[in-house]
Write a protein that binds this ligand. Sequence first.
Ligand SMILES: CC(C)(COP(=O)(O)OP(=O)(O)OC[C@H]1O[C@@H](n2cnc3c(N)ncnc32)[C@H](O)[C@@H]1OP(=O)(O)O)[C@@H](O)C(=O)NCCC(=O)NCCS
Length: 286
Amino acid sequence: MSVGPTPSELRIKLMLPEHLESVVLMMREEGWTPTRGDLENVLSYEPEGCYVAEVNGDIVGSVTTTLYTHFGWIGMMMVRKDLRRRHIGSTLLEAALKFFKEKGVPTARLEADPPGVPLYESFGFVKECDSQRWFGKPFKIRNVPGTGRATKVDLDAVLALDKQAFGDDRSRVLRRLFDYSDFAFKVRREPSLGIIMGRKTAAGTMLGPFIAANADVAKRLLRWAVGFIEEGEAYVGIPETSGNARLLLSTQRFRMRTVLTRMYLGDPPRSGNPQFEYGIAASATG
Ligand SMILES: CC(C)(COP(=O)(O)OP(=O)(O)OC[C@H]1O[C@@H](n2cnc3c(N)ncnc32)[C@H](O)[C@@H]1OP(=O)(O)O)[C@@H](O)C(=O)NCCC(=O)NCCS
């Protein structure tokens, strides 16, 4: 990889719907698998805080932000392969951090793939914990007692628990993902005890957000959800601090395959309660 000067034609622009196709293509070339819908979701949260890098009219980089009450989350950071080490990533990250500063957000958080770690460290980000990705082959189980499809009313019932699990209010993200997911399940009589959503991606069915008040609820939700997956693998993202989730996944024949690094810059983050967190919503938003 060559290290070179920042291209003089570099422009950092607000990310617009018309850029998304180019961003998806750039990411596919890297082996990432987001859909246009994934990008539309993130863009809808902070249309004033998502950016693309443009050189000579080509989209060559991207970054997104999502604001919560106590912290902001950075995602979808990428620079086209042939233009790396020219400070395009830094310029995009500066734009995201400036947006947080303007909004008065004291802490930036993210989940870094290995290539991103040196960039974030060069800005002073420090490691919070590992964030693991666990994969499993679905096994057909139906009729897990007391479990059923969740409605929007059920989602509202679980928001208080989600706030404890995540450490902040992410209700608007959950509402959008609820509409975007292929399925969402709850505990039938007590929807406030947990929820699991699932959506198909090119890497398999992503199970998350997945929160539960206790291990029994989590097990029922997970078994019910994997029973609904027709083909391919299922996967879940969990911070390493979530010991309950690791135990559950390992006993349900999931195996850890990749590890990202959860990092932060600024005030130490207000963490949630890992006891209730069984699956993140998305790397780009936490
Ligand atoms: C991570 C990524 C966005 C960095 O973009 P970039 O434009 O190449 O980064 P920059 O040129 O702004 O790098 C800024 C600093 O970060 C560090 N850095 C970046 N890439 C590095 C590398 N490959 N090795 C060592 N240090 C690196 C250096 O300190 C660099 O400053 P320097 O070049 O003056 O030494 C890019 O490598 C990429 O798109 N990777 C694949 C996608 C990915 O994994 N994204 C991260 C998701 S969290």
